[in-house]
Design a protein around this ligand. Structure first.
Ligand SMILES: *Cc1c(COP(=O)(O)O)cnc(C)c1O
Length: 398
């Protein structure tokens, strides 16, 4: 079925059609299994299930029905064999990365990625004897040049936070998979499965901060990883089992509710963002707008090829006058909330250099086009005219 039907019914409908749907009570919405442990039928079942934790429920750190339901939905939407849910996007990223790398390895990652992912590679993995090369992943030939005999991971974020650079997943996958033993991971948070399916384009694992578009309402912190069963099993056992960044059942349940409207929300996010981007592009106090839907965006052509249904709800803009102008705009917006995070139904504005990307040095930030006057906008599903009017009055105060 198509996206908006799948996002509501995938798996449950399948279970009904195949006759495997056997609820204890006919709850229309799944109950919340707010339990840490499960009663096991008898001793032999207990022995068996502890060896085969994916065949039943033993202890919530190994699995929970609400998380399981969410994981099956994510796997379906990402065209994956399997998925795993975790307590945050970074929980997903660190678990996925640690399931791949070992001491002495080398990793390649993009020069524009989420600030805490950058910190994971540059401040945590380096302590474990893992070296790295940062490259412009919009150029597959740069990725190729960076690969060393001990490279085990190529990590790509597209669209990239916060400059919305688009990397060509299929082209990078071709480069990466010429070598054996390298896993390619894509952070697809900004796109959501509605706009992009990295596994179809050759990525080995896709990660999301489900805190963002998948939830959509800013009510939970969560992350997911999707991919082939072998890789996902390895993320679960021993990595998630030992790191313990498991998702709470109530958060999984909330995500299931949020995701029902993912398709209609994304449609509106995309439509509104295009209008706001076109408005900002013409504004005399704006130097540059970073939105992959604009023809002026350097990687617009890749975005057109790689993303379906639109270009997303995220953009950045350089305000003329640097930090002083940013301060005026951020203190005067009324519909936009001054808050980090993104992908909520309501619009947010943040200052990337001092908020999401504070972990980078100024030199690294400038080299990555994260300038002092740059604000990042998460365009919500309000009426676009009201969003434009709000930005208009705030910009007029500069
Ligand atoms: C927010 C974000 C993350 C981190 O997710 P959390 O849920 O905050 O841990 C990772 N990648 C991208 C692109 C993000 O925007």
């Amino acid at each position: 079925m198509k996206f908006n039907t799948d996002v509501l019914h995938a798996e449950q409908l399948h279970a009904r059609l195949t006759g495997s749907y056997k609820p204890q009570a006919m709850a229309h919405v799944s109950p919340i299994y707010q339990t840490s442990t499960y009663v096991l039928e008898d001793f032999d079942t207990a022995v068996y299930l502890n060896q085969h934790v994916d065949e039943g429920f033993v202890y919530t750190r190994f699995g929970n029905p609400n998380c399981d339901e969410l994981e099956k939905k994510i796997a379906h939407l990402e065209h994956a064999q399997a998925a795993i849910s975790l307590a945050s996007g970074l929980g997903a990223i660190s678990t996925a990365v640690m399931s791949i790398v070992k001491a002495g390895d080398h990793v390649v990652f993009g020069d524009v990625i989420y600030g805490c992912s950058y910190a994971l590679f540059t401040k945590v993995l380096t302590n474990l004897g893992i070296t790295y090369t940062r490259v412009d992943t919009t150029k597959p030939e740069e990725v190729e040049k960076a690969i060393q005999p001990n490279t085990s991971l190529v990590y790509v974020e597209t669209p990239a936070n916060p400059t919305l650079k688009i990397s060509d997943i299929a082209a990078i996958s071709q480069v990466v998979h010429k070598h054996s033993g390298i896993t390619m991971v894509v952070d697809s948070t900004f796109a959501s499965p509605y706009l992009q399916n990295p596994l179809d384009l050759g990525a080995d694992l896709v990660v999301h901060s489900a805190t963002k578009y998948l939830c959509g309402h800013g009510t939970v912190t969560a992350g997911v990883i999707a991919g082939d069963k072998e890789r996902i099993d390895r993320c679960r056992m021993p990595y998630l089992q030992c790191f313990g960044a498991v998702l709470d059942p109530f958060a999984a349940w909330q995500l299931m509710q949020g995701m029902k409207t993912l398709g209609v929300r994304m449609e509106r996010h995309c439509e509104n963002a295009m209008k706001v981007a076109r408005y900002l592009e013409k504004h005399p106090k704006i130097d540059r707008v970073y939105y992959p839907g604009l023809e002026s965006h350097p990687t617009h052509e890749i975005a057109k090829r790689q993303m379906h249904n639109g270009f997303g709800g995220m953009m950045s803009a350089d305000i003329k006058g640097g930090m002083d102008a940013v301060r005026i705009v951020m203190n005067n917006v009324k519909v936009f909330s001054l808050a980090t995070s993104l992908g909520n139904v309501d619009s947010l504005i943040q200052h990337s250099p001092s908020m999401s990307h504070f972990d980078m040095s100024p030199e690294e930030r400038y080299a990555s086009e994260i300038f002092d006057g740059q604000v990042r906008l998460s365009i919500g599903i309000e009426d676009a005219d009201d969003l434009i009017a709000d930005l208009d009055q705030a910009l007029a105060k500069i």
